[in-house]
Design a binder for this molecule. Sequence first.
Ligand code: GDP
Length: 451
Amino acid sequence: MSNNNDTIAAVATASGRGGIGIIRISGPNTKQISEKLLGGQIPARQACFKSFKEQDNTVIDSGLALFFQSPASYTGEDTLELQGHGGPVVLDMLLKRVLALGARLAEPGEFTQRAFLNNKLDLAQAEAVADIIDAGTAAAAISAQRSLQGAFSQHINELQQQLTHLRLYVESAIDFSDEEIDFLAGDELQQIINKLKQAFATLTETAKQGSLLRDGMTVVLAGKPNAGKSSLLNALAKRDTAIVTEVAGTTRDVLREQIQIDGMPVHIIDTAGLRETSDIIEQEGVKRAKQAILAADQVLLVVDDREAGSEEHLTLLKDIPPAIPITIVFNKVDITGAKIEEVKSSDGQTIIKLSAKHGDGLNLLTQHLKELMGFNPEEKNIFLARRRHLDALARSNDFLNDGIEQLLSYQAGEMFAEDLRLAQNALSEITGKMTPDDLLGEIFSSFCIGK
Ligand code: GDP
């Protein structure tokens, strides 16, 4: 990505036609561009109605101009926002003019990257900006907002302080080790360690909930043709996404639908029925079904309850790696008259009996999916987290545990100090203080342009 010496510009509003279109400019040339485009300086933080002009004074558009003086701006640099009409052609003309005046086109996420580099936001907060924009449910948006406000970062900083405290405690204990007092065996050390372990456990649990709100779970519907997979998808989505017919093999491609269960996004994938077929298109569908199954958090094997007695359906899934959990759904109990219930098979597999067509027993299924993921919608104050955060937390926790082992079992104070340092480094990756450049590049490039 760029250095900070140049001035960047981009359309910040979504492409297409809209009431208002915004162009954002940030960097050292902003004032100069503003002067030429608007015909003079404008005061900071005051909306000014202006004409946006070509070099020959032709008016390209007119609207509000807002100037933010460095460092009091989103990026920390001089920033100008031009709020004109939201048409693609007019915005393109305006952007060209701004570029001609000495800005260059911003890369995706570059405004936020500059905010991060200028210490306006830490990395977890910067990611929260993208997560607010990408939020798939209201609960995810609210949690991302909490992360942006710094809730997650604050917990990380508190953990860092506790780690520092432990480090100082042990280092001073080692310094005084000639004396008779055995600091390392004392209650106080144990208390500090217990408190720290508890803090890690609590934060990991909240972050896990946040990550579920962001990424949700992927559920694949599999089973023989006509078992009722498409009907189940429609029932869960509460609309007719998939074609339901009595003709076997209607769903030939993989259909995706996102639903939410108490705010957790659930990506449901309806697959072509798994069966041997000579139809080339359907064969491709079966191949894609098998691929989708490999990427699933959970497979729902849908079986017509009239065939529940036959073990045929179990053989269908013999290709599925054992690591991917399967729930069996016996569907169409309205025909067989079987009870709507959740039971366990003799080998411990969950079986849910329901009727997709009538929507009976769906709540058992949604409850089951929540439990599978450990999702707890009662948990308040969740902040949005990403898998990379969970990963860094887990690594940090592992270093801490290793360190404690070194200390308590082998009295290896120096090894302990080194482990604590590594634990702190892993935590710093979350807030961006110790994040490798290529990872930073990857994070920001997944943003939209103009953010
Ligand atoms: P798929 O091939 O597995 O996707 O199955 P569909 O969802 O297309 O359903 C096949 C047929 O079974 C359709 O005629 C559905 O109306 C019917 N069906 C699906 N679920 C139920 C159910 O719960 N009860 C009854 N009576 N019929 C169902």
